[in-house]
Design a protein around this ligand. Structure first.
Ligand code: PLP
Length: 344
């Protein structure tokens, strides 16, 4: 995908909404693997359940964790649909034959800059539901105690005064760190990226799940974290001394994916759920009900004022063919394990 600026991408007017699910009287069951915030998973599945009369349950897990389950359970899938999480592992699952083909009519309502991606082969299995910007979260009280200024660049995180004060997620359970690796590789090349991550090891206290990284920051257990910046806005609104920082230069980002699992037992309900989560109505729920300000990718959805001011940003280019290939995903996570985690 080419780098883009949101400003130049005006909403497409007049897209006919083929979606007419209000009249649908579905019934039966649905099991959702859910890789967004737990409270959002709970609310979305409950609203879907009530709206469409479908007994819906969810299992929560980070993108890496759910991808692992989808692979392990391929002979006997335990869920029907995978909702949320960074899109590359969804694409990798599609390539491995673990997903059911479904092009929702609502793909027509995706923001224009993602049309090319969704019309590609990868879009046969996976649709796009949101966008997240990659940056840092800082605990301002902790930084003040350390006498360290707010980091503005990736290199600033190498400051020796931040020893033991940095956290980022483990890419085996989380999609966030895969985005870190692909973003830095797009900016600097892979060799420099791994050199940087090795140097950063000196300041990292631990690699944990992404939700824990964020709550540790809010509690002041760390001074700086790497993650998607909307998570820090949520913590700030809840009263934590936390600020979100978008690093200087081109910005990394992730897209949220949704995919139906191969041999889903409740295929029609999975399609209905996919259509609904792509709709304007569903995409506005995280911001309206949960202070979760991811950027909706339905062109008609309202964008909360707290969401990333995407028109001020220039994003890195991500090669989804490469980043979404299962060999590449495995290679990079294995490399991180041997060269970064085990070297710590
Ligand atoms: N989707 C949303 C909406 C998120 O907020 C995050 C993390 O902040 C992710 C996906 C990625 O989560 P993980 O790194 O646990 O896979």
């Amino acid at each position: 995908m080419k780098s883009f600026k949101f400003k130049s991408l005006l909403p497409v007017l007049g897209i006919a909404t083929i979606f007419a699910t209000n009249n649908v009287q579905a019934e039966g069951r649905l099991t959702v693997y859910c890789s967004v915030q737990n409270s959002v998973c709970e609310d979305m599945t409950k609203q879907f359940s009530q709206k469409y009369n479908v007994d819906t349950k969810f299992v929560h897990g980070g993108t890496g964790t759910i991808f692992g389950k989808v692979k392990a359970e391929s002979a006997n899938p335990q869920a029907d649909i995978w909702f949320g999480g960074t899109i590359e592992p969804h694409f990798q699952a599609g390539e491995l034959g673990l997903l059911e083909e479904y092009r929702s009519p609502l793909q027509a309502e995706v923001l224009p800059q993602f049309k090319g991606l969704i019309e590609s082969e990868q879009g046969k299995f996976t649709s796009i539901i949101y966008m997240l910007a990659l940056g840092f979260g800082v605990n301002t009280e902790k930084l003040a105690k350390l006498g360290v200024e707010t980091p503005q660049t990736w290199e600033d995180l190498l400051d020796p005064r931040l020893k033991g004060e940095v956290q980022l997620p483990d890419p085996r359970s989380s999609g966030t760190t895969y985005t870190v690796i692909t973003t830095l590789s797009a900016l600097w090349g892979e060799e420099k990226t791994f050199k940087y991550l090795k140097q950063l090891n000196a300041n990292v206290s631990q690699y944990v799940k992404s939700a824990l990284v964020t709550s540790n920051l809010a509690r002041g257990e760390s001074a700086v974290t790497i993650g998607f910046v909307h998570s820090y806005t949520t913590e700030k609104e809840k009263g934590a001394p936390v600020e979100a920082v978008i690093p200087q230069g081109k910005v990394g980002y992730a897209l949220g994916g949704v995919s139906i699992l191969k041999n889903a037992r409740n295929l029609e309900n999975a399609k209905l759920f996919m259509d609904w989560v792509l709709s304007k109505e569903a995409q506005e729920i995280p911001a309206k009900n949960h202070k979760v300000y991811q950027t909706p990718t339905n062109v008609n959805a309202d964008v909360a004022p707290q969401s990333t001011k995407a028109d001020a940003l220039e994003f890195v280019e991500i090669d989804y063919q490469k980043a979404g290939s299962s060999d590449e995903g495995k290679r990079l996570v294995d490399k991180w394990l041997t060269e970064i985690k085990l070297a710590k």
